[in-house]
Ligand binder design. Sequence first.
Ligand code: PEP
Ligand code: MG
Length: 526
Amino acid sequence: MAEPLRLKATSASPGIASGPAFVAEPVEPAATIPSSVSGQVELASAIETAILELQELATGTDPDGGDIVEFQIEVLRDPTLTEATGARIEAGENVAFAWVGTLDGYIRELECSEGDQLRARAVDLLDIKNRVLSVLTGTPVNDFPAGSIYVGKDMEPSRFLAHDWSAGGGIVLYAGSAVGHVALLARSRSVPMVIGAGRVATARGQYIGVDGDAGLVILEAARWNATSVEHCAPSTGTAPPLDNGIVYTSDGTQVLLSVNVNAPEEIDAIPAEVTAGIGLMRSEFALMSLGDAANEEKQFAIYRHLLDWADGRPVTIRMLDVGGDKPLPGITEASSLRGIRLLLARPQIARVQARALLRAAVFGNLRIMLPMVTFPSEVDAMRQICREEAGELHRRGVPHRTPPIGMMVEVPAAALMLDEFEGADFFSFGTNDLAQYLVASAREEAGFSLDQEQAVPAVLRLLTQAVRLTGGRPVSICGDMAGDPVRMSGLLAAGIRHFSVAPARLGAIRSALVGLNADGTKAAGD
Ligand code: PEP
Ligand code: MG
C-alpha cells in the first residue's frame, strides 16, 4: 500500500488527530458597527422578539407570574424606552450599549426609590434588559463539524471557543504563529495543531491527519497507520502535588505557580490545590461578543465561578484585551487601538466590566489586571472609572469591593518606566507581546517564532531591569515564556518568583524549578 503523503509544518500544539478536512473560507473582516438607522431597526425587532417570547411564557404560567410578564411587556411597549435608546444610538453608541445604558438608568432610579414595591420592579427591568440584550447579540458563530480537521489560512478565537472539541479534531493553518491566540487556546485544550503548512492540497471531507508532536500534516490519512491517528486525550503528565502552587528551588527559595485561564470551563478539570491561584484570566476569550461585553450579569457569573473555584486564592482577571489582532466583532472603528486604549476610548465597555468585577470581588480574592498599558495616566484613568462605578454601586446599595488593580507589562515603554506607575498595585510580564514589540515583528506571522527566539536575550535584559523598578510590589510573569522549562534559568536570574502558566505546563515547570538555584544556576548534582 502506498505511504500517505507527509508535509512538513511547524508544531503549535502537541498531539495527534485525524478526520475529514474542513477547508475554511478566508476569515471575513468583522461586521461594521450598524449605522444609527439600522441600529434603531435592530432594536425594534429585538424588542418585538422579546415580547413574543414573553407572551409565550405568559400562556403557561400562574396568575402571579402572568402579572409580572404583563408588566414587562407593557414596559417594552413604552415608547419612552425606545426614544431614549434611539437618542443614544443617534449620538453614536452601539445599539447594545445604548439599550444597556438606557435600562441601567431606569434600574438605578427604581433601586434608589423609597417604596418596596418600586424597588422590587428593578429586577423586572433587569430581566427585560438581559432578554432584549440576548436577542440583540445572539449572533450564531460559524461552526464546523465536530471531529474534523480545520484547514485554513487563519482561525478566529471565537470559532475555536464555540467548537466542541470533545469529539477530537485538530487544526492546520497555512501560516500562523505558535504564539498566536488560537495556538495558545489549542495548547490549553490539548487540541493538536500545526502552523506554517502552506496551502495544503486537500478538499472538504477528505481524510487528513495532524501530527502536532512532529509538526506534520498527513494527506490521505485514511491509509495512515490507524494506531497513530487517534485523537490524544488531554494529558497533563503525572498529577501535580497538592502544594498550593508553592515550589522551592534547590537552594530553598519559594516560587509560586499559578495558572492562566482562557475560557472559564478550563479550570473545572484542575484542582485549585495544585495552584497558587489564577495569574491571568483572559476575559476576552470568555466574552466573545459586544453583547457579552455589555452583559454585566453574565460577566459577574463567570467571575464568581472562578472565585468559587479558587477558594480564597488570588484570581487575576484581565480586563478585555480586545482590538488590533484580537478583534471584538462590532468594534471596527478603532481597530488600531488595543487593550486599555480601546477600553478608555469606549468607556461604556470598561464601565460594565468594572461593575461586574467590583461586585464579584466581594466573593473572593479578586485582582483586576489592565491589558497593554503604555503610560501611567492609563492606569489612573481606569482607577477613576472604577472609583466612579464603586460610587454608583454604593448609591444603589449593591454589595461591592474595590480590589487591587495591577497591570500587564507587555509594552516596552512601560517595562522601562515601571517606577513611574504609582497607580499599579502589581505587575505581570506579558512576554508574548513584549517580544513582539521589542523585535518589531508581527505575532500572528509565521516568522515570529524565530524572531521571538532571537529576542530572548533582549527580553531577559529588559525584565531584569524592570523587576528592579517595581519598588517591592508583587510581580509575576504570564507570557508563554513562563511555560517553557528552558527559560526558567534566565527568568529566575532576572528575579522572577511567580510564574503563571497553562495548566498543562505546571508539571514541566515545577520539575525545572526544583533543579535550579534561585540565581538560575543548575543545582549541584542535577
Ligand atoms: C502576553 O502578551 O504575553 C500575554 C500574556 O497576553 P496575551 O498572550 O493574551 O496577549
Ligand atoms: Mg499580551
